[in-house]
Design a protein around this ligand. Structure first.
Ligand code: R2B
Ligand code: URA
Length: 258
């Protein structure tokens, strides 16, 4: 990579270190980088100590912890008019891989539209319906950009990638191919078009907090055809950009009016 800086009074930029996600040699030449909108800076804060170990995991427990703290952060920061998006990947049911699903509701393994929260041994049920207006606005965006297939559907949220999603390729499997297909077909008949692992608690916590929320996930495979994710790295990388593109388009349209 060629790094050139014509101003002799300024330090020569060095190429970004390997581990970096940024691609800007000038960052290395700055005495301080103030992240204005976060009210953080490289001189005033030890960003590595504060955030160096940030790695959100997968599934309901991880997103639940993150959302608790995010919702409190919004409160302390006195944020208003916030919209929450869960974007990510999923397994499709009866869809071409690469299809983006905007969830109208997240259902549990029995196709019920609620999340069961066990609080001190007592089960509380919270609705997992998603914001209808947001769903329609996102679909309109997808029609306007018209870059990939996008549908509205019900999303099945599970606590496990293998048995929880009726896969035949886990470490354990004490059901048959026929059982799997019967379950996935029942899911399809109940309106389920994709399966992932975070939407139920996301929807429940959005509803409890009053945050309008949307779940937008791309499908990586059609579960009626198989269990293994076999597309190439390049294809999967492109698929994974699709929910970001759709939500990015919504944000631009809604908040960047010229
Ligand atoms: C979708 O993909 C992940 C599992 O591979 C999980 O986080 C999810 O919801
Ligand atoms: N994520 C899931 O949870 N399931 C899949 O099949 C693919 C991605």
């Amino acid at each position: 990579m060629a790094c050139s800086n014509k101003d002799p009074c300024r330090k020569e930029p060095t190429c970004p270190p390997n581990c970096s996600y940024v691609s800007n040699p000038y960052l290395e030449t700055m005495e301080e980088d103030v992240l204005y909108h976060f009210d953080l800076g490289t001189k005033t804060h030890n960003l590595h100590a504060m955030f160096g170990d940030v790695k959100h995991g997968m599934g309901i427990p991880s997103i639940s912890i993150m959302l608790h703290e995010l919702i409190k952060l919004l409160y302390h920061a006195k944020c208003t008019d916030v919209i929450a998006f869960r974007i990510g990947t999923s397994g499709g049911i009866g869809l071409h891989p690469g299809t983006v699903v905007i969830s109208k509701v997240s259902v549990d393994a029995c196709f019920q539209p609620h999340f069961e929260q066990n609080v001190m041994g007592t089960i509380k049920l919270y609705s997992t319906e998603l914001n209808e207006g947001l769903v329609q606005e996102l679909l309109t965006c997808s029609k306007e950009t018209n870059q990939f297939d996008t549908i509205i559907g019900t999303t099945l949220c599970t606590s496990d990638f293998y048995e929880g999603q009726a896969r035949l390729d886990g470490a354990f499997c004490n059901y048959t191919y026929e059982d799997k297909m019967k379950y996935l077909k029942r899911a399809y008949d109940a309106g389920v078009r994709n399966i992932e692992m975070e939407s139920s608690i996301f929807a429940a916590m959005c509803n409890r907090s009053g945050l309008p929320g949307a779940v937008v996930c791309v499908t990586l495979l059609d579960r009626l055809q198989g269990d293994q994710i076999e597309s190439s790295h390049e294809v999967l990388a492109e698929y994974q950009e699709r929910p970001q593109k759709l939500v990015g388009c919504y944000i631009k349209k809604k908040f960047c009016k010229m």
